[in-house]
Design a protein. Structure first.
Length: 351
């Protein structure tokens, strides 16, 4: 079952890449002059410059806010997201920018890909607005993190949920040897279904899956607990070769500015976002959409990445220790030329 699911995800990613290539989604198109990674970013997007971006949620936000025509002049959107698909698209040179959580840029670097983060979004009051909660299987007693000792825990190496499990164990004073890690891909309903079937006893579940898991299995004794760890990082990142192309760098800069304004629009227009994205695009109910908006709280898009880099360095060092990887420097994953762009664009749009 797990291997079958993972194979399906991989096949879907490869099929997406094939479609991208067939539809002109070639990230090598529209090349410009070579640009050093420490050179000033071009501020004007030249005619003909194009980037391929995997950021489906923001694409909807542009459409709902009336900004899609403006960005579509230099952006071609690819309907993919998440670390594994984004990494494969970078390798295939079919993508210039992807929307992911904290872990993909780290693992991409460990696999030899040269990438940079160009935008970051967090949550205000993050401990009270986590992305994930720990789902507990029906009939299993887990009230505190210490209760995880001896439990079968779903684990997805290379993904945000996998890193969260390692952080949770560290916080609980436990090691991997104190629990039973069961490797499962964290896509779709795999974790909630594995919990319901008691294939695992604990699994990090996020988004509307939290609400649905409790609604469906709460009567059988299913529960969730908060982990008390920041899990709110969200990034835009891309291969350095795209940033070394002057035309693409200009387009990426423009996209990051527009992205920032779009995130602010989402925050300030919750009703339109629920109806246009969660209901019409994602097929959820309005109640599910409202639950997600309330759970997310408000975004934090800062022009200062120093604390984010510090937190990411801590993540790198934990993952390196637990997975026998070399320690890399988090600051090297960020392109600091982009640090103020999204925040400045939000301020400018508010005037």
């Amino acid at each position: 079952m797990p291997n079958k699911s993972l194979a399906a995800v991989t096949a879907a990613a490869l099929a997406t890449l094939t479609l991208l290539s067939g539809c002109g989604g070639d990230a090598t198109a529209g090349a410009g002059q070579k640009l050093a990674l420490d050179a000033a970013l071009p501020t004007d997007v030249p005619d003909g410059a194009k980037i391929v971006v995997g950021d489906p949620a923001t694409q909807v936000a542009f459409k709902l806010s009336g900004q899609l025509d403006k960005v579509s002049k230099y952006v071609q959107f690819a309907n993919l997201s998440g670390g594994p698909q984004t990494t494969e698209a970078f390798r295939a040179k079919a993508l210039d920018l992807g929307s992911v959580a904290e872990i993909p840029s780290i693992h991409a670097t460990w696999t030899g890909l040269h990438v940079k983060i160009v935008a970051s979004k967090f949550r205000q009051d993050p401990l009270n607005h986590p992305i994930y909660e720990l789902g507990v299987a029906p009939g299993v007693q887990v009230k505190t993190l210490e209760d995880l000792r001896g439990k079968k825990i779903a684990y997805s190496p290379g993904q945000a949920q996998g890193a969260l499990v390692l952080k949770v164990l560290k916080k609980a004073g436990l090691t991997k040897e104190d629990v039973k890690l069961i490797e499962l891909p964290s896509t779709g309903d795999i974790y909630p279904n594995a919990l319901a079937a008691k294939q695992v006893e604990v699994a990090p579940i996020g988004g509307v899956s939290i609400k649905r898991y409790l609604t469906k299995y709460g009567k059988d004794g299913a529960t969730t607990i908060r982990h008390g760890i920041r899990d709110d990082a969200g990034h835009l990142y891309g291969p350095t070769e795209s940033l070394e192309d002057a035309n693409k760098a200009a387009a990426i800069r423009a996209y990051v500015a527009a992205w920032g304004v779009a995130q602010d629009w989402i925050d300030k227009h919750p009703k339109e976002w629920i109806e246009g994205y969660y209901v019409k695009d994602q097929g959820l109910t309005a109640a599910d959409g409202q639950w997600l908006v309330d759970a997310a709280g408000h975004p934090d898009i800062s022009g200062d990445w120093s604390e984010a880099i510090k937190r990411q360095q801590e993540t790198i060092e934990l993952l390196a220790k637990e997975t026998d990887k070399p320690v890399i420097q988090a600051k090297d994953l960020y392109d600091l030329r982009f640090q103020p762009i999204a925040a400045d664009a939000i301020k400018a749009a508010a005037k």
